[in-house]
Design a protein around this ligand. Structure first.
Ligand SMILES: [Zn+2]
Length: 275
């Protein structure tokens, strides 16, 4: 059976990495709650059970959101607290963000998060201590390392693997890419999902499925809000953050038909109990 894992980084339209100074956006202009509900309705319709990587600052400001996500049959995992890049945090700051967000999610849903995703793939070779901290804090898996040039490790694994740490093993689950002749293409989410031809995206899905791997799609609530506000950013950064002004919904409808859609945590459990 082919498996897809739809994942959502639950953050707002102004949570863009590398922007100096956190934008002060009044609460009345936040759209993360409504956009996440829109995604939840779409997931219901398409029979998708997914993983929502909750930003702690969003969980704090919108306390009903994580419990709504969990009540609708999805896994709630952690996206850190502040949306700062992991390699710009000290190990202590990283642990504090992890614990603060984990406690919030546990109190709001009744279940502690078992998975983590860093903002903008900012966890990896530069931050080996972060894997140790995740395992020590009881996390089962991480999905922060992408086999893409510039933002990740272009020679990184396309398949899930286990990392040995002093605190135990941690599963590392890369997002979907489409292997290209010279470089992997970001077909699993972000600008790539909205910009690349559908056949290029489906080629990546087929590659993952034929290797026995899940196709790991990553989304943001703003991906289904093409008319929403945008930060004024330099052209390339704006494209990377927001892509073209299109709605990801039609692509998601096509992708949902390519396999059974289950949360990442359920996928990892199936590997643990088989091996
Ligand atoms: Zn993010």
């Amino acid at each position: 059976m082919f498996i897809n894992c739809f994942t959502v980084d639950v953050e707002d339209w102004f949570h863009v990495c590398g922007v100096s100074g956190a934008p002060q956006v009044p609460s009345s202009q936040w759209r993360v709650y409504d956009n996440t509900l829109r995604l939840l309705d779409l997931f219901d319709e398409l029979d998708i059970h997914g993983t929502f990587f909750m930003l702690g600052s969003v969980a704090s400001a919108r306390p009903a959101l994580a419990s709504e996500i969990a009540a609708r049959g999805h896994e709630v995992a952690s996206h850190g607290y502040s949306h700062k890049l992991v390699y710009e945090l000290t190990p202590d700051q990283f642990r504090q963000e992890l614990v603060r967000t984990g406690d919030l999610i546990a109190s709001q849903t009744g279940v502690a998060p078992r998975g983590f995703r860093a903002p903008q793939w900012s966890l990896g070779g530069r931050t080996p201590w972060a894997f140790e901290i995740l395992a020590a804090e009881g996390y089962l898996y991480d999905s922060s390392c992408t086999p893409l040039p510039f933002v990740g490790d272009s020679k990184g694994s396309l398949s899930p693997y286990q990392l040995a740490t002093a605190a135990g093993n941690l599963w590392e689950i890369p997002p979907l890419v489409t292997p290209g002749r010279f470089v992997n293409l970001p077909s699993g989410g972000g600008w790539g999902l909205r910009f690349l031809p559908m056949k290029t995206i489906l080629k990546g899905v087929e590659y993952a499925h034929s290797a026995g791997n899940p196709a790991v799609i990553f989304l943001h609530p703003r991906d289904v809000d093409p008319d929403g506000p945008r930060l004024a950013l330099p052209l390339l950064k704006s494209f990377a953050a927001y892509g073209t002004r299109s709605d990801a919904t039609p692509v998601l409808r096509t992708l949902a038909r390519t396999g059974k859609c289950i949360p990442l945590g359920e996928m990892v459990d199936s590997w643990r109990f088989v091996s």
